[in-house]
Design a protein. Sequence first.
Length: 279
Amino acid sequence: MLVANKELQESEYRLFRDFLEQQCGIVLGDNKQYLVKSRLAPLMQRFGLSSLSELLNKTLSPFERQLRSAVIDAMTTNETLWFRDNYPYELLKKQILPEFEKDHKTVKIWSAASSSGQEPYSIAMTGLEYQQSRPSAFPLGLQILGTDISNAMLEHCQRAEYDGLALSRGLSPERRSKFFDDSGNGMMRLKDAVRKNVSFRHLNLLDSYTLLGKFDIIFCRNVLIYFSPEVKMKIIKQFAQALNPRGYLFLGASESLSSLNNDFDMLRCNPGIVYRKKV
């Protein structure tokens, strides 16, 4: 039996690092070889490759599209939680949706890196809870779009099925029983009432957002930390163009716009921060 060789030359790592930044904007530091090894090692067996060097060399070839896609999936997939940090969803329910209710029949919300679906579905559950407390609000419902660079993650999102471990991360027992059905094999599936408000499509954040249309709220949480300052500025500028006037942008708890952009006002909400597009 062949023992897979997971060693990586410094020159190979640098080439791969440049490739990843070029393909999806993610910037790996100088000492992240361990991350590349742990994320990509499972692909060696799947594609019948004997070394990490061989895998990386094939990835750099434009003809290995399936391998390329699997490598980008492996490097961009992150752990995610239901109702992460909680405050964005409380803010949505207590401040932003009441504000929009006055003059909106629907609210368009974009989850810009939906990963395995927890964020867009948490937004959908928050919207349903709000509508249950105010039945006349948003007669056309909430329109939530989840996008991601990973096709594997998008397929996972569309199935809307989660195991016990995934459900234990941030989801209360009340919401679990209210919004999920048992689908057998230890899995739970989101109810139609949640799923019908959410759609998914493939998008690389380095590309244009024009075809997505305009939004009232954008969630892009815990994503910008992976990009270079130049790419961050480009993405934030495109978010501003994709938002309606006085639309809201949620970033991660450890992320801020600081001097990156002048299109937004920062609102301190205690806890947390949200950005509102200037008129």
